[in-house]
Design a protein around this ligand. Sequence first.
Ligand SMILES: CC(=O)SCCNC(=O)CCNC(=O)[C@H](O)C(C)(C)COP(=O)(O)OP(=O)(O)OC[C@H]1O[C@@H](n2cnc3c(N)ncnc32)[C@H](O)[C@@H]1OP(=O)(O)O
Length: 427
Amino acid sequence: MARAVYLVDGARTPFIKARGRPGPFTPVDLAVQCGRPLLMRQAFEPQAIDLVILGCVNVVADEMNPARVAGLRLGLPDETPAFTVQINCGSGMQSIDTAFRYIEGGTADIVLAGGTDALSHSPLVLRRGAVDWFAELNGARSTGDRLKAFAGLKPDFLKPLIGLERGLTDPITNLNMGQTAELLAHYFAISRQEADEYAAESHNRLDRATNEGWLKDEMLPAFGRDGDVHERDDGVRPGSSAAGLAKLKPVFEKPYGKVTAGNSSQITDGASWVVLASEEAVAKHGMKPLARIVDSEWGALDPSIMGLGPVVASAPILKRQNMGVSDVDLWELNEAFAAQVLACLRAFETEKIANDVLGLDGRGGAIDRARLNVDGGAISLGHPVGTSGTRITLHLANAMRRLGHKRGIATECIGGGQGGAMLLEAA
Ligand SMILES: CC(=O)SCCNC(=O)CCNC(=O)[C@H](O)C(C)(C)COP(=O)(O)OP(=O)(O)OC[C@H]1O[C@@H](n2cnc3c(N)ncnc32)[C@H](O)[C@@H]1OP(=O)(O)O
């Protein structure tokens, strides 16, 4: 029989905007920054952790299998296995889902699951000619060979073939993520005004949550080597307004597109962990869980409309649990783009889609905005892609506790045309 699985606790770093050059922390540094204080406040010793699972999209070359490197740097025993998962923007949710299955099935009792990404450290891939040139230079044995190799240097060797921009482009459709959001804005008639209003609200909600102290157990400071302290998400713009955002030009479809720097998720660095435990482990260590993980689902669809991933992933959960859209007390729907979030809402509201495509049988409908991304999201705090799935699941659990809600869904779209969703219930 499936065992109950609890989300006991979790933490994240503040999200740090990527400013065109490598930021202060690598993916593993970030994971260690928030993992250490998180483990220190647990009732169990690190030896009690059976497994570490970490999502990471942009793995840096000297941190291969970041889960293992982070586990050891966190002081876990050599004997604690650790593996890294990658499903693009779903990686931080995949780690939780995998941990959920391990515990539910009885092969683990406590799992440390999370996500980390430093988009400012995204790997640069050199073009073939440059790689051959480096190989020739490295293999040169004599000064003459080295000079000969140098003579073959061409300026375009310094231009990377793949950088972050290519990493945010779908390899099948060749559309970048912003262009997929533009398609959704077009199909669902999302106006620029609506997208900007949504984005401004995201900033104002995050600002309020930060100032009210609602993030204090969740967002722990990160300390840089130069004595710099990161205590807040640095992408938030207090006092944002749709009128201010309206001044920005479209980025992905010029000049008439709807998607701008202001209504897109920001490119950031950050990490997040959660502790998941079985009922037996909860009782044994006297833990006080935040929520129970009830169900999870992965869905897939045409990559050019990947932004509807939350809809196709959440609908099967609703059907299995005999719930309608309005039975969910709180939603965390990752804000890849404002137009994409709004398209998901429209899809649930459109009877023909809700009934004929999603099979919700009259139980689709509007998601109450007061119950959606209540404390902001990736537009205001950023979207370190491999991390966000963990962040939204953790934040959902914390927000459900704070607001006294019973059931919530964390869900996100995934580049490549997929979606992930998790249903949580108050513990
Ligand atoms: C499955 C998925 O999740 S898909 C999603 C994956 N993630 C993505 O695709 C990332 C999407 N985001 C992006 O690609 C980038 O953020 C972009 C291209 C949209 C913008 O990048 P940048 O140009 O570096 O953004 P930046 O933050 O510098 O903003 C550009 C300008 O807009 C302004 N701006 C940005 N946000 C706001 C705001 N809320 N209010 C007012 N001005 C703003 C900035 O001040 C800046 O102005 P400046 O040029 O005068 O300094």
